[in-house]
Design a protein around this ligand. Sequence first.
Ligand code: ADP
Length: 323
Amino acid sequence: MKYLSYGVMVYMLLALIWWAVLLSRNNQTLYEHKLALSTCISSQGIDTHSGAHDIDKIHQFYKRNQIMILGEGVVFGILLVLGMWFIQKAYNKEIVSTIKQKNFLLSITHELKSPIAAINLTTETLIKRSLSPKMTVELHESILKESTRLEKLISNLLMAAKLDHDYKYHFEKCLLHEKVAYCIKRLKLQNPETEIISEFDGDDISIDADHEAIISLINNLLENSIKYSGQHAAIRVKVETVPPFAVLSVADEGIGIPDHEKAKVTDQFYRVGNENTRQTKGTGLGLYIANKIIAAHHGKLTISDNIPQGTIVSVSIPLSKNK
Ligand code: ADP
């Protein structure tokens, strides 16, 4: 398809050049004939003054036509190239969006089906078999883990849908470090093996934020840092004041994000690598949601490398002006 459109474009350009050459040649022939006729008339000595005047007019007519052919040809050629370029750009965008949607559907199908299947199987085992108390607790824990995963996925899907359809932000003054501490506490319960080191620069880091949105933003950053660091991950969370901003940074020692992917990971449904080769589960919505929320809070999201290993995702949000 891509090569076909290139072929059509080249053909149309060549046809345009060919028509321009033909027109120019016709103009040349017409000019030569008119010139011969005029010379013939003036050689017969009918009216030498008006003969010279006619030759002048023929010259001007010829030049005007040549300029018109060249000018219109160039304008038409430029319009043609521009038109084809826009079509090609729109086509490429459509292809990228189709691939992303396909990847999203593949991952969402898997993400929704696998926890439900796991919960069903574990519940059936609990009902049908008499198990030791230890085993029973383990299976209940596994059900809780899967349903938590499902809950996170659904809340991200709903959040992304809401943000795409005119989400009404309710900004109110709040303490950023308190929101972060709340999310860390919840996450530590779900991931007891993960070491989360938090560092809060003061106890009055206030911002104007929408509660639901800011919690979703913090959760997405923290969950990503755990997800892409593997088991027994160590995460460093810092909240500091860098006037006029409050800055939250989440640093992990995980797989990192290659430089050429950093600008793309905030796109909707974008995931690094190929859906078949990817090890981790996800939908490509987390950083898209985070970026949208941070933009609505007039802040900025930046992604950098953690040295020697991992990623630092930082968000800056303007400090509250309401004292
Ligand atoms: P998801 O995690 O569901 O794939 P996200 O939008 O949260 O979607 O992230 C997009 C991509 O960015 C991920 O697929 C992953 O490749 C990359 N990524 C995000 N956070 C991290 C991180 N902390 N470390 C390494 N890679 C990350």
